[in-house]
Write a protein that binds this ligand. Structure first.
Ligand code: NAP
Length: 513
């Protein structure tokens, strides 16, 4: 049987762009698997649960939970367990490679950004070759142009330009490797300019690019204010005229355009500048930074009414020098941006121009970053529990990566933190089985939320799961298979080794074979 390659593998899903892509691709009906590394405190699945909980908390969105592969792009074979690597070879037809290190200067301790961006991309390409995946979307950067000035075309890459820093050098090398991989049929390159948070909520979970200077600026501006320095002094400290233009694009727009490109094979095989034709002048940014930091400092001190005002820690000249030292690494980003030609992007999505960032939007973005202390998730926030997935593991043991056995089966797509995507079936002994990933398109699928399934499992009450679930299937018999399989799982006692109990009135699984 030909492998079902309906899954798209996304790297970098925990990042600012990746989490928007996960939401938008899933909403567009794509089956998504993500490659995520574990952290010191959480495995890959728990990290994905956290980002799904973020979506729910910040935007009220219950996002489809993807198949989670634990791995690290800096490791050979992406550090995948052999069973998971085999699953990729059977299910994945397309890769969206967004993972990267955004360190601007080489770090001797771990050789970033080269470890993730150059060798990591080489490993992703190697994984495509090994698994027979022939379509790649590579997320690069508009700043592969390095220190060039003037108009930059989407068709240009390495024309001997000087990179502004190690990050830019690593992105030139990785894009070059991606577009010249001989075993790929189609490579599409997505080159965003400076990505900022969500247009509507201001949300961001990482604080690079636009946020780094804000983060450095904040304590200095506060100190300057205490030292009663005139507004506008930030530009002086930065050594800028105020006319330098910064090409800022909100993450939700970048993700929306990318998703549309990814979903339309006729758009593949080209390079897209995901940049605005209306960059933001640095003078406006500095004014808004100053005003906002001052306003937020005043709000804070109003909250500490009665406390003595803090004296300025440094004199303005010392502050200026310290700020200049810290900004050194970001100099390449704080010069005047070149003009990124967006012909390909505009021709493909003329109805989806980059939104212009008004003052209120920039304030919202800055407020979110300053308000969250440039850290996400907020310290002390409890991690979401294992939810519905935990309840299923208690009943069925760990899901298998191998192919599901022949026989009646149904997909179970559980959205939100603690969810997942599986194929339910029944073993030779009649007990329910579950395997990672949805069955080939056409098979019945039950879709519901993790909260609903966890509640139904707690109560061992299948109707609570099915009430509000979407049961997809071509025929009524197919849909009944899905309902019966889910019922058998919910009714199974946690930790049960005996065959599943059946609720009164339900048909035995054998009857639906
Ligand atoms: N942000 C911008 O302004 C900007 C502008 C132009 C282009 N880009 C490009 O857009 C893409 C996404 O950037 P972003 O803003 O979303 O960055 P981000 O928020 O820092 O996210 C980076 C993502 O890459 C993952 N990653 C890094 N090294 C990895 C490794 N060794 N193995 C597995 N995963 C790894 C991170 O995982 P962890 O959570 O485990 O760290 C995270 O999910 C990148 O290719 C970047 O170069 C970004």
């Amino acid at each position: 049987m030909a492998p079902d390659r309906s899954y798209l593998l996304l790297t970098g899903a925990t990042g600012l762009l990746g989490r928007s892509l996960l939401r938008d691709l899933a909403a567009a009906g794509r089956r998504v698997a993500v490659l995520v590394r574990g952290s010191k405190t959480a495995d890959a699945a728990a990290r994905v649960d956290e980002l799904l909980a973020d979506w729910q908390e910040v935007a009220g969105a219950v996002v489809e939970c993807p198949v989670v592969l634990e791995g690290d792009i800096t490791r050979p074979g992406l550090g995948l367990d052999p069973a998971a690597a085999d699953w990729v070879a059977r299910h994945v037809g397309e890769v969206v490679h967004s993972a990267a290190s955004l360190s601007f200067e080489r770090r001797p301790s771990d050789d970033e950004p080269y470890a993730s961006n150059v060798r990591g991309t080489a490993n992703v390409l190697d994984a495509c070759r090994t698994a027979g995946i022939r379509r790649l979307h590579h997320v690069s950067s508009a700043y592969v142009c390095g220190l060039r000035e003037g108009r930059i075309l989407e068709t240009e890459l390495d024309i001997g330009q000087t990179p502004g820093n190690d990050y830019e050098r690593s992105k030139i090398d990785s894009e070059t490797a991606a577009v010249s991989a001989p075993f790929l049929d189609v490579v599409t390159v997505h080159r965003p300019s400076i990505i900022v948070g969500d247009l509507v909520t201001g949300f961001t979970n990482t604080f690079h690019g636009f946020y780094k200077p804000l983060r450095i600026v904040q304590p200095f501006v506060e100190a300057f204010v205490q030292a009663r320095l005139a507004p506008g002094s930030l530009l002086d400290v930065l050594g800028m005229s105020g006319r330098e233009a910064k090409n800022l694009v909100p993450v939700d727009w970048v993700s929306a355009v990318m998703t549309r490109i990814i979903q339309d094979p006729s758009a593949h095989g080209r390079t897209y500048h995901l940049a605005t034709d209306h960059p933001t002048p640095s003078g406006r940014l500095c004014r808004l930074f100053e005003e906002l930091v001052v306003a937020m400092a005043a709000e804070r001190s109003a909250g500490r009414a009665g406390a003595a005002p803090r004296p300025p820690a440094f004199d303005p000249a010392t502050l200026g020098r310290l700020f200049g030292d810290q900004m050194h690494v970001y100099r390449a980003y704080w010069r005047d941006d070149p003009r990124f030609d967006t012909s390909h992007t505009r021709a493909f999505a003329p109805d989806l121009p980059a939104p212009q960032l008004d003052d209120e939007t920039i304030r919202r973005l800055c407020r979110f970053a300053i308000g969250s202390g440039f850290r996400w998730p907020p310290p002390g926030r409890p991690a979401p529990g294992p939810g519905a997935r935990g309840a299923l593991v208690e009943r069925l043991g760990a899901p298998r990566w191998s192919a599901a056995p022949a026989g009646p089966c149904a997909g179970l797509a559980v959205a939100g933190a603690g969810g997942g995507q599986w194929t339910l079936g029944s073993g030779a002994d009649g007990r329910p089985t579950w395997h990672v990933g949805l069955p080939a398109p056409g098979a019945p699928v039950v879709r519901l939320t993790a909260a609903r399934l966890a509640h139904a499992c707690d109560e061992r009450h299948p109707a609570a799961a099915l009430d509000g679930a979407l049961v997809e299937g071509t025929t009524a018999a197919d849909r009944q298979v899905a309902v019966d399989l889910l019922t058998a799982v919910v009714m199974r006692a946690p930790g049960a080794s005996a065959p599943a109990e059946r609720p009164a009135g339900s048909r035995p699984l054998a009857a639906v074979r």
